[in-house]
Ligand binder design. Structure first.
Ligand code: HEC
Length: 232
């Protein structure tokens, strides 16, 4: 019994030393072992399924009502997850775990409507999937969940029709020079041409992600010295 206790303490101590030493490689380019990935996947899935029990009315009343929220989907979700006719943004290709294509059947089947609402509302810790409840209303999240459900039935032109109906530009620009659409990575500069992305609070503009912050002429409100260091 005593020997067992000593072994347990030694193993825990060794694990702590390993974690503390910096030998573990936290790089997003370094994939987990298969067993670790499966373990995290199990924790994530079971947690979402348990936590989403409290969700009521996860979708808008009709599937068409979700269409009003396409500007949110196109200017945020699409950048990471892609959308019919639009590849995900360049930065999202370096995310680990990789944001899945939401139209894929396996992802659609895995989650209930309540799960999808919950994922959008709360996000997924340490994965890159943001929580949208701090910046979006319940109606907006319902609309986004409704759009996730619509993705498998939308082909490229069906998705573009939704954009056109909402008055959003269907053009994309290349990040690495050039231009045009459909022959490479989607760019997000065109987003500012669409209607103002209506967040329920705050004025964050995802369309400006690749633009450095314009230098403020009055300077930082609190006179801080770091205003110029921001932007990258
Ligand atoms: C910054 C990138 C990013 C943005 C923006 C983003 N997501 Fe995600 N999302 C992720 C990542 C990464 C995952 C995978 C998380 C994991 O596997 O643990 C994910 C997972 C999901 C899932 C679960 C899919 C599955 O089967 O695992 C859903 C649903 C989802 N996101 C919906 C959305 C919606 C809707 C939006 C827009 C409101 C959005 N996401 C915006 C990165 C993003």
């Amino acid at each position: 019994m005593r020997t067992l206790l000593i072994i347990v303490i030694l193993v825990m101590g060794a694990a702590f030393l390993y974690a503390w030493s910096g030998m573990y490689n936290i790089a997003a380019t370094q994939e987990h072992w298969d067993v670790t990935y499966k373990f995290i996947g199990m924790v994530t899935e079971n947690s979402i399924k348990q936590q989403s029990d409290s969700v009521v009315n996860p979708l808008p009343e009709t599937p068409e009502a979700a269409e009003a929220y396409i500007d949110h989907f196109h200017s945020m979700c699409r950048l990471c997850h892609s959308a019919p006719g639009y590849p995900r943004n360049e930065f999202a290709q370096g995310l680990y775990p990789s944001p899945p294509d939401l139209a894929e059947r396996s992802h659609q089947q895995k989650w209930s409507d309540a799960d999808i609402f919950w994922i959008i509302e709360h996000g997924i810790k340490m994965s890159g999937m943001p929580a949208f409840s701090p910046t979006h209303s319940k109606e907006e999240i319902q609309g986004l969940a409704g759009l996730v459900r619509r993705m498998p039935e939308l082909n490229d032109s069906g998705y573009k029709d939704l954009l056109r109906k909402a008055g959003i530009s269907t053009e994309v620009k290349e990040h690495h020079g050039g231009g045009g659409q459909g022959d490479g990575r989607a760019e997000i500069e065109e987003e500012t041409q669409g209607p103002e992305h209506g967040h329920s609070n705050g004025s964050a503009e995802t369309g400006g992600l690749t633009q450095p912050m314009p230098a403020s002429e009055e300077g930082d409100e609190d006179g801080g010295p770091h205003a110029e260091e921001e932007g990258h």
